[in-house]
Structure formats: C-alpha cells, structure tokens
Write a protein that binds this ligand. Structure first.
Ligand code: KIV
Length: 262
C-alpha cells in the first residue's frame, strides 16, 4: 500500500483497515498481517506511557516510537501523529516536527482539526509529505470539548464537520480519520468526499476502520467504549502466561534440564 492506494481502495469499494502501532515487537507482527496501514498515534501517551490524555505526547516520544515501528514494519505504510501543539507554534517548528517524523520512517503525518490548520496542511502537502486529517472527536482538544464525547450530534456541529471535511480534502489531505460521530454523519461525510474516510466510533459507512491495537486485542478490560469490538482476551492470556511462569519458578518446574546448558 502507498499513498495512492487510499483513493484507489475507495474507488474500488475496498474498505481500509488501520491499527495503531507504537513499538518494534508489535510492528514485526503487524508487518506479517493483512492490515493495510499502521498509525503511530499520539494515543501512545496514554497506552504506553500511562498519561491521562494525548496532550502529553511530545515530538520526542512520537519520533522514538515511529522509528521503532518503522524498523519492524518495513512493508507497511506508516502514518505518524503530529503531537499536541506541534502545529500551532508557527510554520518552522511544525515543518521541523514533520521532518523528524519522516526521518524516523513515517510515510505520512496525521493532523487533528481543520480550520486553523488548513494553511499549514497545504504547506506540508506542497513540501511533498502526505497528510491525513482527523475530525470529530479530536483528543488533543479534550479540554475544549469537555471530555470524550460524541461530536456532531447537533445540526450546526454536523454542518461544520461536513464543511471542515471538504476543506481538508481541498487542502490536499489524502484521507481523513473520523472519530466518534453519529453513523449518519459518517456516511454523509464519506459520500461527500473523494478521499477515503477511516472511522473510529463513526459507524459502518466510512471507507475504512481504525482501532487502537491494544483495545482490539483486549489488553485493558476497563476500557469499554460502545464502538469497541474485542478480537482477543490478551489481558487474560498475558496474566495466565505470566502466572504460569511464576508457578513454574516457585515449584522449580522451570527451567528443565532441556532448557539448561551442559
Ligand atoms: O492516536 C490515535 O490512536 C488516533 C486514533 C484513535 C485514530 O488518533
């Protein structure tokens, strides 16, 4: 998959699958998977570093994780998030951040929001870097939104999102993440664009779906948003695997002679 495949997939009615990836070992597994593309999402601040929001992701964190992913997922198209405020301090620092992510091995960057980002998005695209947009619930603005709430429920808000989506396409975005919006709005935006939309909590009518890898693998049983489907019980299997090791150690069952050097 490359940046051109996104539009081709939409034209062919082929749904795009994306998952987040933050580290080398999972990148190596995902590299062998059928998943279309990987997102080094700023959600890594929460999932990998234990912060309470993505506001805490820094460019240094994003670069380190993007590089680890790129070294493992050599065959995948990798998109990296521009972290909190990295697009709001002027053109030069923003372009520096883009450069660092691309040098780390990303093939595209993702930027949250629309109106105030449009001139920057145009500059990045003109500089030769593909940009993925992100509308709806934009977690970097969590304090403005007053929490993780479904967006675009009111008519005015929905219309603003439709206009923003069109502006992002016009600015040159190659695709657009739609997060936590009603199904009808997800369909309306997807139908109104030529670039593909990739939804998370945006219903079944977007042109693709993205989930946080750890969420779909069931690593955190306490995280239960309505949109999440779990495809594994990793919490249970990791706990069982580690406890099994512990039992074997305390009962002197591990290591055996075959697992020991002569
Ligand atoms: O950072 C992230 O994981 C994301 C996805 C939720 C789309 O932006």
């Amino acid at each position: 998959m490359n940046v051109r495949s996104f539009q081709q997939f939409k034209q062919a009615g082929h749904s795009i699958s994306m998952v987040t990836c933050y580290d080398h070992w999972s990148a190596k597994i995902l590299n062998k998977s059928d998943i279309d593309c990987l997102l080094v999402g700023d959600s890594l601040a929460v999932v990998m570093h234990g912060f309470d929001s993505t506001v805490h992701a820094t460019i240094e964190m994003m670069v380190m994780h993007a590089a680890a992913v790129a070294r493992g997922a050599t065959e995948k198209f990798i998109i990296a998030d521009m972290p909190f405020l990295s697009c709001s301090k002027g053109l030069e620092p923003a372009m520096d951040a883009v450069q660092q992510l691309m040098h780390a091995g990303a093939h595209a960057v993702k930027i949250e929001g629309a109106s105030h980002q449009l001139p920057l998005i145009k500059q990045i695209v003109e500089a030769g870097v593909p940009v993925m947009g992100h509308l709806g619930l934009t977690p970097q603005s969590i304090h403005t939104m007053g929490g993780h709430k479904v967006q675009g429920k009111k008519e005015g808000d929905a219309e603003r999102l439709i206009t923003d989506a069109a502006a992002l396409e016009a600015a040159g975005c190659f695709s657009l993440v739609l997060e936590c919006i009603p199904t009808n709005l997800g369909r309306q935006i997807s139908d109104s664009l030529t670039i593909p939309t990739i939804g998370i909590g945006a219903g079944p009518c977007t042109n693709g779906q993205v989930l946080v890898l750890q969420d779909l693998l069931g690593v955190n049983p306490e995280f239960t948003p309505k949109f999440l489907r779990r495809y594994a019980d990793s919490y249970g299997s990791i706990l069982e695997g580690v406890n099994h090791f512990h039992r074997d150690v305390v009962s002197h069952c591990y290591p055996s002679h075959r697992e020991s050097y002569k």
